[in-house]
Design a protein around this ligand. Sequence first.
Ligand code: MN
Length: 480
Amino acid sequence: MTKTPKIEKAIKTATTAHEGQLRKTGEAYIIHPLAVYKILESWNMDEDTLIAGLLHDAVEDTALTLGEIERDFGKNVAFLVDGVTKLGKARSGMRELDTYLPETRDNLMKLLIALGADIRVLIIKLADRLHNLRTLSALPPAKQRKIARESLEVFAPLADRLQMGLTRVEIEEISFSYLDNKRFDYLKNLTKTRLSSAKQNLDAARLDVEKILKKEGIKFKSDARVKSIYSLHKKLAKHNQNINRIYDLLAMRFIVDDTTTCYLVLGLIHSLFTPMPDRIKDYIATPKLNGYQSLHTTVITPTEQIVEFQIRTHQMHDFAERGLAASFHYNEQKLTEDYRAGKIAKLPTNLLWIRELQEASVALGAGKKIDAKKLKLNLFSDKIFVYTPKGDIIDLPQGALPLDFAYRIHSEIGNRAMGVKINGKMSDFKTPLKHGDIVEVITAKNQIPRESWFQKLFTAHARQKLRQQLAKLPDFSRKK
Ligand code: MN
C-alpha cells in the first residue's frame, strides 16, 4: 500500500510520541513501530491495521491516549491499538506471576483468544513479536530464552493456526536458535552436508519432471524447499535421530494453475519414478487442520535417491505461505461480515474457529463466563498448555499425565516424584492434565522410579526417560 496521508500522519504522530525513547539495541524507539508497520505492509494488511501497527506501543509507553487516537484516526484504529495494548499488559502481569490467584492464572492463550475478536489484533501482535525476535540479540540471555520459549509455544502455533507458514517458520527458527544454539548449528551443518551430496541427483530428477511437464504442455513454476531446522529437529525426535529416515529434507515443489492439473502432475511423476505407496498424501481432498492443501508424494529415483514432491495451485501456495494475512480482505473478512450481518447462515468449516473467537469475546465482554477449555482445545487441538508453580508454560500432548509433566521439567523431578498437586489440590498420577492446570510435583530424596510407572505415562519422551532410569537400577528394587 502506498503511504496514504493518514499513514503519513500516523508516522509523524508515532515519531513525536516516542521521541527521546531508546530500544535495548540503543536505536531510537521509533525503529520498532516502523518495522512492525513494514511487516504488516508486506502482509498486505489494510490501512487501519498499518496505522494501528505504527501506534501499537504508543498508549502503553507514551503520553498519547486512546481518545486522541480515536479522534485522529478513527474508532477502528483505536479498537485495534486497545486490543494490542491490553494483550501486552496482561502478558506482563502474567510474567511476574508467582501466586495462584484464579484471576491471574489465565494463560496467554486465553488472552490471545479473548482479545482476538478482531483477527487483526493477533496479526499485529505477530508482527510485533516477529520484529522483537529479529532483534532479540540485544536482550540479556535469560530474557532471550524466555521470549524464545514463549514464541515457540504460543506464537508459532498461533501463526500456524492463521496458516501463516512463512511467519511460523521464521518464529520457530529464531526461537530455536536461541533456545538450543548448539543443536541448531549442528542440524544446520548436517542439512548442508546432506544436501550438497544429494544435489546433483536431485537436479536430475527435477529436470526429468520438468521435461515431461513441458512435453504435456503444462504451465508450472518449480522450486525446492529445504526443511526448516526446527521441523527437522522435531522429526528426528520421532525417528530415533536417524536422518536416513527423513525423506523430505529437500522437497521439489511444482505450482500449477488448477486442482485437476495437480493430479495430472502427480500421475506424471509416478510414471517416471516409483512412488512409496504409504507416502502419497492428498491434502487437497483432505486439507490439514489449519487448511493447508497440497499433494505430497515420495518417490525413489533410478539413482536410488528418495525425493519428496509437493504439488499445489498458486492459490494454495500463497495461502500456505501467507495464510490469513494473504486472503483476509477478500475472503475471510467478507465472509465473517456477511455472517455477522446474517446474510449467510453458516461459515465454512475452516473458518468456524473465527466465529468461536468472536462469540467468546462477545461473551467475555458481557462479563459472562466462557468455556475457555473447549475453545483452546479447538484452536490447538493436539496440545495442552500447563503451568509450573512459577508460571512457566509447558506444552504437552493432549492426554498427558502428571509424570509426563515431571519428566518434561527434569528427569530427576520425574524419578523422585512422590505426589502431585494440580491447581493446589493433591491428585494422583492417573489424573489427565487439562489445559491451564498449574502442576506442582512433590519429590522425595529416597524415591526411586518403578516399572509400574509405565502405566502412568502418556508421552514417548517420559517413557524413554523412565526406561533409561530403570536400566540403572538393580532388578529387585524396581519391581514394585
Ligand atoms: Mn511492540
